[in-house]
Design a protein around this ligand. Structure first.
Ligand SMILES: [Zn+2]
Ligand SMILES: [Zn+2]
Length: 343
C-alpha cells in the first residue's frame, strides 16, 4: 500500500451510509492537506495474514541488524505455532503458542486493538446515552520539523494538553480517546498525528477550532473533523493506530532503533470528562452485550458448534506460514459447500 503524505480527502466514503455518499454532510470539514494515513481498499483475510507475516519477517530482520537478539527471537517465536479452531469454513478461534507483545508486532497489535475496543466501546455507548453529545473523529496534525520521533510525539501531545485547557475546548468538548499515528514525509521528517474520538457538545465553526489549534501549536492549523455515524466503526478507526502506528514496511533499522527509544510512551489514552467516566464505569447488563466484537476468550473447544454455521469445530495445528494458505483455501470455497479437508 502506498502511503502518501498528501491526499485530497480523508473522508472514507465506504464507511458512510449510501445516502451520504454523494456529498459530505454539512458538518463534514474537508481539509485537503491532511495525510491519507493508512487508508486502503478492503483486502481479503489471506492477504492480510500474508502481510502480517511479511511485516514480522521484516521486523525480525531489522532487529537482527541492530543486534537486538532478544527482540528478534521473540518476533520469530510469536504466533509460530497456532491452534486453529475451525469448522473448515470459518475460523472460530486462533490460539498462538507464544505472543511477543512487541508494540509493532502486527499480530499482537491486532489483539491489543481488539482488547481496547472491547473495553471502550461499552463505555462510549454508556457515555453517549442521556447526553446531548455527538461523537466526532478529529485528526490534529503539526508542521514537519527536524526532530526525533520522540520529540515529534511529545510536541503534539503537549499541544493537545494545552488545547484542553482552553475555554473554547471546554465549552464544546466533553472528552474522548486519543491515539498517535506516525508517518514520515519524503524528506524524512517525522509527521505525527493525533486521532481523537471526541464527544462534541454543540456545533461550532470549524475555523474557530483551527484558530485554537494554531494558538496552542504556534504554527499548525491543519486538522480534520468528521462526524462519527456509528461509534463502533469510529472507535475501530482510531484504535487501529494502536496496532499500526506507522507503515513498518518502509521502516529501516534506524527507524526501529528510534522507535525502541519510545519504550514507555503512551500511544493511546482517554481525556476529559470521558476519562473520569471510565474510572467509575461499572457495566450494566446492557453494556456487557458487545455482540459485534470478536470475543478474546470464547469458551470454545473441539466439538462445539461453529458460531457462524453450527458445524462441529475441530482443532487444526498450523505453523504461522500456513495460516495465509488456510485463509486462501476458505476464501476459495463456493458458498454453501462443505469445508475443505486440510492435512
Ligand atoms: Zn507478537
Ligand atoms: Zn462454520
Amino acid at each position: 500500500m502506498i502511503q502518501s503524505t498528501l491526499s485530497t480527502d480523508l473522508i472514507n466514503f465506504d464507511t458512510l451510509p449510501a445516502a451520504s455518499q454523494s456529498k459530505p454532510s454539512p458538518q463534514t470539514y474537508l481539509d485537503t492537506r491532511v495525510t491519507k494515513s493508512q487508508r486502503g481498499t478492503k483486502r481479503v483475510r489471506s492477504q492480510r495474514a500474508r502481510e502480517r507475516l511479511r511485516t514480522k519477517e521484516h521486523l525480525e530482520r531489522l532487529a537482527n541488524e541492530l543486534h537486538e537478539v532478544e527482540l528478534a527471537d521473540k518476533l520469530r517465536r510469536c504466533h509460530l505455532r497456532l491452534s486453529v479452531l475451525t469448522c473448515g469454513r470459518h475460523i472460530a478461534q486462533i490460539i498462538p503458542n507464544f505472543t511477543c507483545e512487541f508494540r509493532l508486532c502486527p499480530d499482537c497489535g491486532r489483539r491489543r486493538s481488539r482488547k481496547l475496543q472491547n473495553k471502550y466501546l461499552p463505555m462510549m455507548r454508556a457515555f453517549l446515552r442521556n447526553r446531548r453529545i455527538t461523537p466526532v473523529h478529529l485528526v490534529l496534525t503539526q508542521t514537519h520539523r527536524k526532530e526525533t520521533r520522540k520529540q515529534s510525539a511529545k510536541r503534539i501531545k503537549d499541544a493537545f494538553v494545552k488545547l484542553q485547557r482552553r475555554a473554547f475546548w471546554k465549552e464544546f468538548f466533553k472528552g474522548g480517546t486519543w491515539s498517535l499515528e506516525f508517518t514520515k514525509d519524503k524528506n524524512g521528517l517525522h509527521h505525527t498525528h493525533l486521532h481523537i474520538v471526541g464527544f462534541r457538545r454543540k456545533f461550532f465553526d470549524i475555523e474557530l477550532l483551527r484558530g485554537e489549534w494554531l494558538a496552542v501549536t504556534g504554527d499548525s492549523h491543519v486538522l480534520n473533523l468528521k462526524p462519527i455515524l456509528d461509534i463502533a466503526t469510529g472507535l475501530r478507526e482510531v484504535v487501529k493506530y494502536v496496532s499500526k502506528p506507522l507503515d513498518i514496511r518502509r521502516f529501516g533499522a534506524e527507524d526501529l532503533r528510534e522507535f525502541l527509544k519510545l519504550k514507555n510512551m503512551r500511544m493511546f489514552g482517554t481525556f476529559g470528562e470521558f476519562r473520569d467516566f471510565c474510572k467509575d464505569f461499572e457495566p450494566s447488563d446492557n453494556d456487557a452485550a458487545v455482540g459485534e466484537l470478536e470475543s478474546l476468550a470464547r469458551d470454545l473447544v473441539e466439538g462445539c458448534a461453529c458460531p457462524q454455521c453450527s458445524a462441529p469445530l475441530f482443532d487444526l495445528r498450523l505453523s504461522k506460514s500456513e495460516l495465509p494458505q488456510f485463509y486462501e483455501q476458505i476464501e476459495s470455497l463456493p458458498l454453501g459447500k462443505v469445508g475443505p479437508s486440510w492435512n
